[in-house]
Design a protein around this ligand. Structure first.
Ligand code: NAP
Length: 324
């Protein structure tokens, strides 16, 4: 089969499409024919050995995918050949990632893909929606009726956070850096939309709360925004740091009068039982139509390098996906 292999870390050019042996499912494994693979910023950090990542080599990138069950190994119950699925990772096996035509999965990685969603939309679920859900529900403890600012709402995690917040009955604010991104965010039913590149947008956010502040901020670029976020919080407000690409100086006094909290979040810290609970919630939303992934760009698998450049550019519009 064709797979994108990384044999040394470095720039996008280390993503090379190769012929590798077809995987064969062993005991307790499911073989999935992947039709689309999601591209995440973390794939770039791993490939370039940056942001504290240092992968074992060689490897096939990719945590997100969607396709069809092609074969099931001994001891697998509940899945049959032909089922449409989305993936939340792959089994620990050599050269086994989603940037490939096939991947081996444990049953815990395999979830039903409703007929109303395309394979590309299925490939846009895992990291983005699980991150948004864990940030909003598990870390922030957000409640219906609270106001949430999605600071960076136009990308994969941002769109997921808006949809989850709306489904929960929150009042949702979001920012985007382009007109196109703001249109997308508006179409998701966001209550108030702001431009995170416009002068004065922080004052506009505060004004939209009547000066009270927001209860929850889901922060995609904390190295730029964390200090500003603290000034936007209501009493008992919480900022969840989802993304950060450098250091930042904050005025810690801003947390005191508000009893505010800054909460870190890394999806990889979710325990297996948390993953089961998170995907049960996501699968319900995908099935009942409250969650609908947005795919902004599709690239052929052979152009994974171009997709890695695109995912780091400004002007996000939902997810970027590779078609396998
Ligand atoms: P993405 O699709 O590339 O989206 C990036 C988002 O950041 C866009 O909405 C972009 O808006 C926004 N942004 C750019 N400049 C901003 C600014 N000054 N203020 C606020 N937002 C700004 O990436 P993603 O997949 O959504 O991931 C977002 C971040 O979360 C990344 O840093 C990623 O590494 C991280 N992440 C962390 C976890 C975790 O476990 N902690 C999991 C997944 C992702 P415009 O393009 O419209 O300007």
């Amino acid at each position: 089969m064709k797979a994108v292999c990384v044999r040394e870390t470095g720039g996008p050019e280390v993503l090379v499409l190769e012929d590798v042996p077809d995987p064969v499912p062993g005991e307790g494994q499911i073989l999935v024919r992947i039709h689309a693979a999601g591209v995440n910023p973390v794939d770039v950090y791993i490939r370039s050995a940056s942001q504290g990542r240092n992968p074992a080599l060689p490897y096939v990138p990719g945590l997100d995918g969607a396709g069809v069950v092609e074969a099931v190994g001994p001891g697998v119950a509940g899945w049959s050949v032909g089922a449409r699925v989305y993936l939340s990772g792959t089994a620990a096996a050599p050269l086994n990632g989603t940037y490939a035509e096939r991947a081996l999965c444990a049953p815990a990685h395999v979830h039903p893909l409703p007929a109303r969603l395309s394979f590309s939309q299925g490939a846009a679920v895992n990291v983005a929606y699980a991150t948004a859900y864990r940030s909003i529900v598990d870390r922030a403890g957000a409640r219906p009726g609270e106001t949430m600012l999605v600071h960076g709402g136009s990308g994969g995690v941002g769109i997921a956070a808006i949809q989850i917040g709306r489904a929960m009955g929150m009042r949702v604010f979001a920012t985007a850096g382009t007109d196109r991104g703001r249109s997308l965010v508006t179409e998701q039913g966001t209550d108030e939309v702001f431009d995170h590149r416009a002068p004065g947008y922080l004052a506009a956010i505060l004004a939209a709360t009547g000066g009270r502040g927001v209860d929850v901020i889901i922060e995609m670029l904390a190295n730029v925004n964390l200090d500003k976020d603290l000034g936007l919080l209501a009493r008992n407000g919480r900022v969840v740091v989802v993304g950060s690409r450098g250091r930042v100086e904050i005025d810690a006094r801003q947390t005191m009068g508000r009893d505010a909290a800054i909460l870190g979040m890394t999806l990889m810290n979710a325990a297996p039982e948390d993953r089961v609970r998170i995907h049960a919630a996501l699968d319900a939303g995908l099935a009942n139509g409250t969650l609908t992934p947005i795919v902004g760009r599709e690239f052929p698998l052979a152009e994974a390098a171009a997709a890695h450049l695109a995912v780091m550019e400004a002007g996000a519009y939902g997810k970027i996906v590779l078609i396998t």
